[in-house]
Ligand binder design. Structure first.
Ligand code: R5P
Length: 330
């Protein structure tokens, strides 16, 4: 038995996932105590079930503790396996110490996730200097790819596309998309000067000027990569580009700025955003279903469910945690 449980903000994705796979949809209750600490309660019986916690990590710092608390609760309550379904996986880009003294947050984050979950499923994590998630994560981590979905969207919505990858790293996505839809592609060169400062070198793309440019990338974060590429295309007299990304973080005012330079912006629904046009739930559902078929061979990678201790069995601490303890009489 499998139950799909959304963390706050992931209800739509979890509903789509449970519908795609025909699995039970669970619920979680979470709130802040007056002192700012986090309360988490699983609303379903998870005993002996596979529990999939759905949590995009688009703004990871705010909800991270409740995610860990939910995973620990599921395990302690007897879940057979606890999987993190993170359509967008955070903390992948600080993958080395660029300046002396910096934290390599990708490693710390992976260690924390690996110590609370049995498995991780995600879509197109930003693997640049790491060859695979297994270089970071000590639990089985499955990487799914959205490029075919982006390709199908482009084939259905854009006539005469010219695929453009804004930097060398994007070649892996752009080349797959271009091949799938039989369109030409080119990859630009980017120099990053800072978090919000990039410079893109656009060669003369004159021979393709009659085509509709499509900028495709894995992630729009500060948006500066796509904004500068779109700006440079305009300088060469191209039509406004269509921008297609897997993960639309679109920090600060980047979406509005990019909109002014683009014909259309689309993203996958790995992070809820107005640009979402491509659903990832069927992709993840089919990965879960095929894994489910092999699941009997799996062993838990971490500790077994914890037995209820004497205090809990006696019901002494079963009062709602923000209410007065029963022994106060209040
Ligand atoms: C390259 O490193 C990535 O593929 C993206 O191009 C990059 O992360 C986008 O970042 P931003 O939107 O902040 O320019």
């Amino acid at each position: 038995m499998r139950v799909i449980v959304p963390l706050p903000g992931n209800e739509v994705f979890a509903r789509d996932l449970s519908a795609a796979g025909g699995w039970e949809l669970g619920a979680i209750e979470t709130r802040r105590f007056p002192d700012g600490e986090t309360y988490v309660r699983l609303r379903d019986d998870v005993t002996d079930k596979r529990v999939d916690l759905v949590c995009t990590l688009g703004a990871p710092d705010d909800g991270f503790l409740r995610l860990i608390f939910a995973a620990d609760a599921a395990r302690a309550l007897g879940a057979r396996e606890v999987t993190l379904i993170a359509p967008y996986l955070a903390y992948m880009r600080q993958d080395r110490r660029f300046q002396p003294g910096e934290a390599i947050s990708s490693r710390s984050f992976a260690r924390l996730i690996s110590s609370s979950f049995d498995r991780l499923i995600t879509v197109d994590p930003h693997l640049h200097r790491y060859p695979a998630l297994s270089a970071l994560y000590t639990i089985p981590a499955e990487t799914l790819h959205a490029a075919p979905l982006l390709a199908d969207w482009i084939a259905d919505h854009v006539e005469m596309p010219l695929l453009i990858g804004p930097d060398e790293e994007s070649e892996q996505w752009v080349s797959v998309i271009a091949e799938r839809i039989g369109a030409p592609f080119t990859v630009l060169k980017k120099i990053r000067h800072g978090d919000r400062s990039v410079d893109i070198d656009l060669p003369d793309l004159g021979p393709w000027r009659d085509r509709q440019p499509v900028l495709a990338d894995d992630i729009a974060s500060s948006g500066r990569t796509l904004i500068d590429a779109a700006r440079k295309l305009a300088l060469q007299g191209f039509a406004k580009p269509v921008c297609a990304v897997v993960h639309g973080v679109f920090a600060e005012d980047s979406y509005e700025r990019l909109q002014a330079l683009s014909a259309r912006i689309v993203s996958c629904d790995s992070i809820p955003h107005p640009s979402n046009a491509i659903g990832l739930a069927p992709l993840i559902a089919s990965a879960l279903a095929s894994r489910h078929a092999r699941a009997e061979a799996l062993v838990r990678h971490r500790r077994p469910p914890e037995p209820l201790d004497e205090v809990e069995r006696a019901g002494v601490d079963s009062f709602p945690a923000s209410d007065p303890p029963p022994w106060t009489g209040g």
